[in-house]
Write a protein that binds this ligand. Structure first.
Ligand code: ARG
Length: 268
């Protein structure tokens, strides 16, 4: 049973613009926000997840994206150091919540930006970390030292795919789903060298945040708009559950961004 952290969208909205998807002129429709988030919450519960909820905080509208709370491995929690001031206030709320539940909080140096599981995903034995738009590459070394694991740093090159979880999604068979053009050539080569059985996502589907999926053994919860990817996943023996996520796409997020694993890995 996977333990997950979600945050209900009671204070969610498009109140600033920190990625190319966000436009204050294109606000989120509150009743639809609630319905879409409830759809995700109920889906994860129906798949047997142990879902925990952190209360949202007024004026922190992106707190719903709990993947950016930090990174949890075993009982260790490395909180995010957000790049943007607009989100920086979230860190203390997430860290306090985790600490009160018995996690050991290990802060990174304050000058190293790191945006949690949104930029740090295990595939096989390695922790793949994205950098440039949000996370700083120098935080990766600190994360590797804290966790004592192999960290593979990959540069993100397309501002639409500013966190690694928007373009790379490890599967439970050791493979992964990815949108190659979101990485530079060296990053593409590195991922091809380390990850077997890659499933490439076409640009039109990547733009629906199809890589932003929650993978639970053979179940994959992903946003609507990826018929090709769903076929490929079915051929590999995965069951796909597609959900409408339009209101969260307006903030540059979808299923995985709204979810943090507690922990992502028990051990490394
Ligand atoms: N509006 C949020 C931001 O720009 C969206 C975060 C999406 N999270 C993610 N893990 N990709 O920070």
């Amino acid at each position: 049973m996977r333990k997950l952290l979600l945050c209900a969208p009671d204070h969610y909205g498009i109140e600033y613009e920190i990625n190319p998807w966000m436009s204050r002129a294109r606000g989120a429709d509150t009743p639809v926000v609630q319905a879409q988030w409830r759809g995700l919450h109920e889906k994860l519960l129906s798949l047997g997840c142990d879902v925990h909820l952190i209360p949202g905080v007024p004026r922190l509208p992106d707190m719903v994206f709990t993947a950016n709370a930090g990174l949890t491995v075993g009982k260790k929690f490395i909180p995010s150091n957000f790049r943007h001031e607009e989100r920086a206030g979230e860190a203390a709320f997430f860290a306090t919540w985790m600490e009160e539940r018995g996690y050991e909080i290990v802060w990174l140096p304050k000058d190293q930006f790191f945006e949690g599981e949104g930029d740090a995903l295990f595939a096989g034995d390695a922790l793949f970390c994205g950098y440039k738009f949000r996370t700083d590459v120098n935080s990766h070394r600190a994360v590797a030292e804290i966790l004592n694991c192999l960290v593979i740093s990959v540069e993100l090159v397309d501002p639409r795919f500013y966190h690694i979880d928007t373009c790379f999604c490890p599967l439970t068979d050791g493979g992964a789903v990815w949108f190659p053009a979101a990485f530079d050539e060296y990053g593409q080569r590195t991922i091809r060298d380390h990850v077997p059985n890659l499933i490439d996502v076409v640009e039109a589907e990547a733009a629906h945040f199809s890589c932003n999926a929650v993978v639970l053994e053979r179940e994959v919860v992903l946003p609507e708009g990826a018929p090709q990817l769903m076929n490929s996943l079915r051929d590999r023996g995965y069951n796909c559950h597609s959900l409408p996520m339009t209101e969260f796409l307006k903030a540059g997020g979808a299923c995985k961004c709204l979810t943090m694993f507690m922990p992502q890995r028990e051990t490394v």
